[in-house]
Unconditional design. Structure first.
Lengths: 257, 333
């Protein structure tokens, strides 16, 4: 078993009186895809935003590559090499692919950006991910299809020598062929040695690409299991009831909500 | 390089080449309209087509053009600045205060007046970015403040620059020996070039587009949107200051009550030039063409002795047509 690259223990997060995350433990391993599943309101997006530094946490420890770290803002997360691809895709429509991929981390001087260098790097990154659906890296993002936009957003996240990439429902709005492309891309990220977290509602997607499945149930981590050890049915039970046979949370009557 | 590389059209996604042409369509249309209007007046009036009138048109574009260039940044970033007109009058008054009342030398007083414009922009930026006041309201308030301050600081009377040697040369002098080409136009072209380069080549320009295009995405990319918004308003403020210097140098006096109305002409120039009021799109070249269209119209209609009232009606219609073609184009896209 490999040492997790990102290891979260005892994470708590409340919004006012609403306790969203209860003592959540969550680990991400390099070279693996960890699926983060759970029903609506289970706390998946909240957990991701805590890791990304968008939300502060109430308590809990975050260890990155074995060292304890404090993520106080998106910048801290980015500096560690943690990147998030958001569900509503943080892309600027009027900018082209290169400009989007380098947004916030432009190369060259502040007065004269090195466009040739960025264009080259963008091409290389897309090529390393075997992305062939995008014809020109100077196409404005507004002219791209949903799958291509997702591809650009993912490519943006790996451009930075990132170590951990969190994908928030990357296939939610895509058709069959585009979902195929994005899942292949997700697999390739892990093969390149990144720790990949995939948030998804789609069990087929999860079982296809994930090495492990972490199930959130009402803000608690119900289970973290190897994909090969469980069935679709068990995961669905974990999502809807928080337990399935021997795995999962203790019986509800014993749990303190 | 930012040069548009004609990419192979991609059926499913609309195609890069088509997009590139569409992206410039409003600019091309504006430029074609400018030529058509220019040709029309050349035939309609025997007095219109001459070198003298050509430079006169350029000369009369300087103030609106300068204001419009700064405003282009603000509008591309998804904001608006209504304070540029009266702000310009205030900066003209400040130039008068610095040069005549405080007796600063030209080399100090002029930059000070320009920086004063930057200060106004800074306050606009802080109001918009930090205090989250909608740009329309924040700059409307600044418009009133500037209008009042200009009158207060000048005792409601023009400040004359008779005792400041060389001041009017800033605008009306001829730097190029032997050629009748006013300095004001050279200055406009120089700042337009600088602004154009900044908008397309620098980080400031890149973030101006990205903030106007998707502010949330820009913030999620680790960019301090508030700081850059303040920088953009502040930068646009420098153009307010410069316009104040240019207009007072042209007139030989600072007129405290002349600013109102310039902001709308400048915004009209920006919009005619293809910059989207919803942000994320626009160019300095387009803005210059827009400002020229307004000048050519004003000049040509005056030469043809069309009453001022009708000139405004025609200008209003031109703005509507410009925005309307932009809408049609968006629908097609």
């Amino acid at each position: 078993m490999t040492e997790p690259i990102l290891d979260i223990t005892g994470l708590n997060k409340s919004f006012g009186p609403v306790h969203v995350l209860h003592d959540v433990d969550f680990a991400v391993r390099a070279g693996e895809v960890t699926a983060l599943v759970g029903d609506n309101g289970a706390g998946k997006s909240t957990l991701v935003k805590c890791v990304a530094g968008i939300y502060g946490t109430d308590s809990g420890r975050v260890r990155f590559r074995g060292e304890e770290v404090h993520i106080r803002g998106p910048k801290d997360a980015a500096d560690l090499g943690i990147e998030v691809v958001y569900q509503d895709l943080a892309l600027a429509d009027n900018l082209d692919i290169v400009q989007n991929m380098f947004l916030g981390r432009e190369r060259g001087s502040a007065w004269l950006l090195d466009e040739a260098n960025m264009e080259q790097a963008a091409r290389e990154t897309l090529a390393s991910l075997s992305v062939r659906t995008v014809k020109s890296v100077r196409t404005p993002v507004s002219a791209l299809s949903g799958g291509q936009r997702q591809t650009v957003a993912i490519a943006k996240s790996v451009l930075w020598d990132s170590k951990v990439v969190l994908l928030d429902e990357p296939t939610a709005a895509l058709g069959v062929a585009q979902t195929r492309q994005v899942l292949d891309l997700v697999r390739r990220l892990a093969e390149q040695g990144l720790g990949v977290v995939l948030i998804s509602h789609n069990m087929a997607d999860v079982f296809e690409v994930a090495d492990r499945i972490a199930v959130l149930y009402l803000g608690r981590m119900a289970a973290e299991v190897h994909t090969k050890d469980v069935t679709h049915g068990q995961v669905v039970e974990l999502i809807t009831a928080g337990r399935s046979g021997d795995i999962g949370l203790a019986r509800p009557e014993n749990a303190v909500l | 390089m930012t040069a548009v590389k004609a990419p192979a059209p991609e059926q499913q996604a609309g195609g890069g080449l088509v997009t590139a042409v569409k992206g410039r369509l409003q600019q091309l249309l504006a430029f074609a309209s400018l030529l058509v209007i220019y040709a029309f007046f050349s035939f309609a009036s025997p007095y219109f087509f001459s070198y003298g009138n050509f430079t006169a048109i350029l000369f009369s574009t300087v103030v609106i053009g300068t204001l419009a260039i700064g405003t282009t940044f603000v509008i591309i970033a998804g904001g608006i600045d209504l304070s540029i007109g009266t702000g310009m009058a205030l900066c003209a008054v400040m130039s008068g205060v610095f040069l005549t009342k405080l007796g600063l030398p030209l080399a100090l007083g002029v930059p000070a007046a320009i920086l004063f414009g930057g200060l106004m922009g800074l306050i606009n930026g802080i109001n918009v970015a930090l205090l989250k006041i909608p740009p329309f309201i924040a700059t409307l308030a600044m418009m009133l403040v500037a209008e009042g301050l200009a009158l207060v600081l000048s005792d409601s009377a023009p400040i004359y620059f008779n005792n400041v040697p060389g001041y009017t040369d800033i605008s009306t002098g001829n730097l190029i020996p032997g050629v009748e080409f006013p300095n004001a136009v050279l200055i406009l072209l120089a700042v337009a070039l600088m602004a154009g380069l900044l908008l397309t080549k620098s980080v400031l320009g890149r973030y101006t587009y990205s903030i106007g295009s998707n502010e949330e995405a820009t913030a999620l990319s680790g960019i301090d949107v508030r700081r850059w918004k303040i920088a953009i308003y502040c930068f646009a403020g420098l153009f307010i200051g410069l316009a104040g210097v240019m207009i007072s140098a042209r007139l030989g006096s600072a007129q405290p009550a002349t600013g109102m109305g310039y902001e709308l002409q400048a915004i009209a120039a920006v919009v005619i030039g293809g910059t989207s009021l919803s942000g994320g799109k626009g160019s300095i070249v387009g803005t210059l063409i827009g400002a020229l269209i307004i000048s050519v119209l004003n000049n040509g209609l005056q030469i043809m002795s069309i009453p001022q009232e009708w000139q405004n009606v025609i200008l209003g219609c031109v703005i509507l047509v410009a925005v309307y073609t932009d809408r049609i184009r968006k629908k097609e896209a």
